[in-house]
Design a protein around this ligand. Structure first.
Ligand code: ADP
Length: 575
């Protein structure tokens, strides 16, 4: 338990002292909780000895009321210190998580971790935030009040003290077994909820494909299986946890009965006075209550341990190092290229995907990457944006290794047009303005005009202020593509990475997209992943990428003369 408490305090960061202060108030509350019992014991004793008078009665009454009021005040302070701190801690933690996710390599998001991130944000953090900070104080008060109760038993009679100690020990054994079961199942439950989230996200995102391929039955079955698995595990959890909880309850009853029996025996043998006997009968039901509640709270804390593990796992994912401090020169030195791949080798896993890739792109020139699917074109392009870092070799921008440049200034240099466009659920205006948040309205509209989107935007119900549906659902594919190009035009970065669209759009849209792209690419250094060869005829350099290597290089004419893969591809596409 101390370990979990320690971990919980550990995540409170700069609010640590508030949590520590709450332990003190919880401690005082724990003591105050037992004061009325102690007072009533003395009152009974005084009554039995016929020593009670009006004045004493008044004093006891005032003391009891004061202890109750103080207890309420301590409880309030503890709650404020812990619950409010809990919300603050997690507000901070969510911001830190956002910052952390931003710095992770793209690979992290494609390796089945989306479900984990969702679960951490929607389940784990919420659970700890709402349940656990308050639990800390409860636990401290329970432990204190339980300790005091046992001390009182010893004060009454050593035998009573010993019997209560035996029962407390038995509670601890059974309680710990219950916690072990809870922990084992909560880990499984968390994993289930993770894969369930993943499956639901997958289903929701792929619903279009699922419907068009008539896979609703098949995919629904997978989803139903996940739901059933999760349901089964919840039932298993109850089945495994239930007996221990009942055993704890039984032990409680047994403890109370035995204590009553022992005190009865002590009384009949004249060892304890009638006052002690009545006092015992009063305390008994409170004697083990705190330890029972303690285990209830501990079960929650055990789930917390699994949640903390997961939160820590996401935080532990290695960020792309962003320690570079070098400033990028405004332009490459005369003898250096704008972009340079120097003997780059890279693999997503141990298997290399790129081998010894070396090429240069001069400022303002266009380099096209062509070749069979899976050859490594997108991988080459994504290394320039540091979606991943090279295995060996270097990628240089204006002569500077991109790892030595702060990520922010590297990204300032690059615009990317992906095949898969993502528009945020926000206004058209804001979707474009992401390119350069400090742009004026005129600049945003100008970019929209250049990207050939102005006319269709003006036809939307609220023009630039129209909110685009989730993922841009209410626009056509071509229109979404043009908005994403407007974003890049506004950004006006000197380097453009273009993943040429293969999706078939109608002729009008295609022409508009081509015009938008030409606007974007004017006077830029270009790295184009090309699928249609006719668009790259004028490229300054064409690289044929296959099997992770550069197989051919040259301009269109040179490669045709070479009569190799490129020439073959041109013939194929022409026919
Ligand atoms: P291209 O753009 O030429 O079609 P890619 O660069 O996309 O080729 O892929 C090159 C190789 O890397 C392929 O074998 C592909 O399966 C693999 N690959 C691409 N992306 C990933 C990824 N995120 N994780 C693991 N392997 C990947």
């Amino acid at each position: 338990m101390l370990k979990i408490l320690h971990r919980l305090v550990g995540i409170t960061g700069k609010y640590k002292n508030r949590i520590r202060a709450s332990y003190v108030t919880a401690f005082i509350k724990g003591v105050l909780m037992k004061v009325p019992f102690m007072l009533s014991f003395f009152v009974i004793e005084l009554f039995m000895q016929d020593k009670m008078d009006k004045k004493l009665c008044l004093y006891f009454g005032i003391a009891m009321a004061a202890s109750l009021v103080l207890e309420a005040i301590m409880e309030h302070i503890t709650n404020v210190l812990q619950s409010a701190t809990g919300y603050k801690v997690f507000a901070d933690m969510r911001m830190r998580l956002g910052d952390h996710l931003r710095k992770l390599p793209m690979g992290y998001f494609t390796e089945g971790n989306i479900g984990k991130i969702s679960a951490v944000l929607s389940t784990d953090m919420v659970f700890i935030e709402e349940n656990c900070m308050g639990v800390l104080s409860e636990l401290v008060s329970f432990i204190i009040s339980q300790g005091l109760m046992i001390l009182m038993m010893f004060f009454m009679d050593i035998r009573l003290g010993l019997v209560s100690l035996v029962f407390v020990a038995a509670f601890i054994v059974v309680g710990n077994l219950m916690l072990k079961t809870t922990l084992r199942h909560s880990v499984i439950k968390q994993e289930d909820s993770e894969s369930l989230t993943e499956e639901v996200l997958d289903f929701a995102e792929g619903i279009g494909i699922i419907k068009s391929y008539n896979m609703l039955g098949e995919r629904s079955k997978r989803l139903t299986d996940e739901f059933e698995k999760s349901c089964r595990e919840s039932i298993d959890f109850e089945v495994a946890y239930g007996p221990w909880a009942r055993a704890l309850y039984l032990l409680f009853g047994l403890g109370v009965s035995v204590m009553l029996l022992v005190s009865g025996l002590l009384y009949t043998n004249g060892i304890i006075t009638p006052a002690y006997m009545v006092g015992m009968a009063l305390f008994l039901f409170d004697l083990f209550v705190s330890i029972k509640s303690y285990y209830g709270q501990m079960a929650r804390l055990t789930v917390t341990a699994a949640s903390l593990d997961r939160i820590e796992e996401v935080f532990a994912a290695k960020e792309l190092a962003d320690t570079g401090k070098k400033t990028l020169p405004a332009a490459a030195a005369p003898d250096r290229a704008e972009i340079e791949y120097d003997n780059v080798t890279f693999g997503y896993t141990d298997k290399p995907v790129l081998r010894n890739v070396s090429f240069m792109v001069k400022s303002g020139e266009m380099t096209a990457l062509v070749g069979p699917s899976g050859g490594g074109k997108s991988t080459i392009a994504s290394l320039l944006a540091r979606f991943w870092d090279v295995g060996s070799g270097r990628v240089l921008l204006r002569g500077e290794d991109i790892r030595n440049v702060p990520l922010g200034s590297l990204m300032d240099q690059i615009s990317m047009v992906f095949q898969r466009v993502y528009l945020f659920q926000d206004t058209v205006y804001n979707n474009i303005a992401i390119g350069r948040p400090d742009a004026t309205r005129e600049e945003v509209e100008e970019a929209a005009k250049k990207a050939r989107c102005y006319d269709f935007i003006m036809q939307l119900p609220e023009g630039f202020d129209t909110v685009i549906g989730e993922g841009g659902a209410s626009l056509s594919g071509g229109e979404k593509q043009r908005i994403s190009i407007a974003r890049c035009i506004l950004k006006d970065a000197p380097i453009v990475i273009l993943d040429e669209a293969t999706a078939s759009v109608d002729a009008d849209n295609e022409r508009a997209i081509q015009e938008a792209i030409s606007e974007l690419c004017r006077n830029k250094t270009l790295l184009v992943i090309a699928h249609r060869l006719k668009t790259i005829k004028d490229a300054d350099q064409i690289l044929v990428i296959s099997g992770g290597e550069i197989k051919e290089r040259g301009d269109h004419e040179e490669l045709l003369r070479l009569n190799g893969t490129y020439a073959h591809m041109v013939t194929l596409q022409a026919s």
